[in-house]
Design a protein around this ligand. Structure first.
Ligand code: NDP
Length: 394
């Protein structure tokens, strides 16, 4: 029977997912792209020449509306690439309709800059009752970084003791300040306190307190700052013998100066303020002013390099490996009209969904990605546009 794929969200990532599903139409079958603003879906669908992509407007905050849409499409899978705020409503609609679910970012409450898996993991029972699978965090980080860890664990170590996740975007879009994915989500993430996990405990740091310089292959040396990032929450549960895990992301001087200034004047605030008789949320207003991340694609030059360094023991000896993936912004744009940050998120979302539809990965309940055999996914990365490398450092 032909599959029917429902993609929700027509931003930077949604564009890549739609293009990549269309390139794999044998598996994805009939593709429908739904989002709040239908014209954005139509623009993406018109770029895809060989396959018809149907488009529809949906308010993904409204579970009832979503249930109607999933039924109307008769979806085999729902790929959620809207915002993290919509994770729970879309998961509920999948439970009600008995349809598999995938996302790339964990639930975040709009009124609190805090993201965690608790509420999504709590839906495991209902997913099992409904006989469906939910795959959480099938982007790049979370997503591919989790699988790099699972791959290292499976093929290179008896025990992994430390992991550093290293995320570098050396792209230049020519604007003084812009974010590469949804500005609200991005700025909430990077302005929050840092956190890492050591010997069973979470250790909190001030925002950007810990810095190191890392020499990223094909990119060069970059200042990298410790942040909290969601994949650590599940990796500490699933990687054997782990003693420490940290996450670092690169930021340039100019980005940090803008951030500091915006924070100091209150533009990153998430609580409504009164402005000339209207209530406005500062960070939402800032989003309106900043360039749309989806528009950065054609202007961005340079590369991303995201990977993990794992250290541990194999056959009684110390071992250290580096697994990473390099993408070129201009190459990504040539292929699907998106810069590399959206590309490196959208391709893994498509691959996760493909493995689910092919039943290569299929298990009832709600699962983080590293619980599955990493090999088929790692193989797909090499053929679907995200080839990776391994270096043995020790
Ligand atoms: P964008 O802001 O570019 O796109 C989000 C899309 O969701 C827009 O089309 C928006 O519609 C739509 N949307 C928002 N709210 C609703 C709603 N209530 N109902 C229907 N549609 C809605 O974001 P990105 O494409 O950059 O990011 C998409 C997701 O990917 C996010 O969850 C982000 O956190 C995640 N991500 C994950 C990464 C990873 O590596 N794991 C990396 C980067 C992003 P409208 O245009 O009308 O506003």
């Amino acid at each position: 029977m032909k599959n029917r794929t429902l993609i929700i969200g027509a931003g930077g990532v949604g564009r890549v997912v739609a293009h990549k599903c269309a390139m794999n139409a044998k598996i994805f079958g009939e593709i429908t792209l739904a989002s709040r603003t239908k014209s954005k879906c139509d623009a993406i669908a018109s770029e895809i020449k060989d396959v018809v992509v149907k488009t529809v407007a949906v308010d993904a905050d409204n579970t009832k509306e979503l249930i109607g849409l999933i039924k109307a499409v008769d979806a085999s899978i729902v790929i959620n690439v809207a915002l993290p705020y919509q994770d729970l409503t879309i998961m509920d609609a999948c439970i009600a309709t008995g349809v598999d679910y995938l996302d790339t970012a964990n639930y975040e409450h709009p009124d609190e800059a805090k993201f965690e898996y608790k509420e999504q993991w709590a839906k495991d029972v209902d997913f099992k009752k409904a006989g469906i699978m939910g795959l959480l965090g099938s982007g790049f980080d979370p997503g591919v970084t989790n699988l790099f860890c699972a791959y290292a664990q499976k093929h290179y170590f008896d025990e992994i003791h430390t992991i550093d996740i290293l995320d570098c975007n050396a792209g230049d879009h020519g604007y003084p300040f812009a974010t590469n994915f949804n500005p609200e989500i991005n700025l909430r993430e990077v302005s929050a306190k840092g956190r890492y996990w050591e010997n069973g405990e979470w250790i909190e740091t001030k925002p950007m307190e810990i810095k190191m310089v890392w020499d990223y292959p094909e990119v060069g040396s970059k200042d990298s700052y410790l942040l909290y990032h969601e994949e650590m929450e599940s990796l500490v549960k699933h990687i054997k013998g782990l003693k420490r895990i940290r996450f670092f992301m690169t930021f340039g001087e100019s980005y940090l100066t803008h951030m500091k200034c915006l924070k100091n004047i209150g533009m990153l605030g998430i609580k409504p303020v009164e402005h000339q008789g209207e209530k406005i949320v500062p960070i939402e207003f800032l989003k309106t002013l900043l360039p749309d991340p989806a528009s950065l694609g054609s202007r961005t030059k340079g590369k991303t390099n995201i990977g993990i360094v794992a250290e541990g023991i194999k056959n009684g000896k110390k071992k250290k490996i580096y697994i990473y993936q390099v993408s070129d912004h201009e190459e990504c744009y040539k292929e699907v009209k998106s810069q590399a940050v959206s590309y490196t998120t959208g391709v893994p979302a498509m691959i996760g969904a493909k493995l689910m539809l092919e039943k290569i990965w299929h298990k009832e309940g709600v699962h983080n990605i590293e619980k599955f055999d990493p090999d088929p996914f790692m193989k797909e990365l090499n053929t679907q546009g995200l080839p990776w490398k391994i270096e043995e450092l020790e």
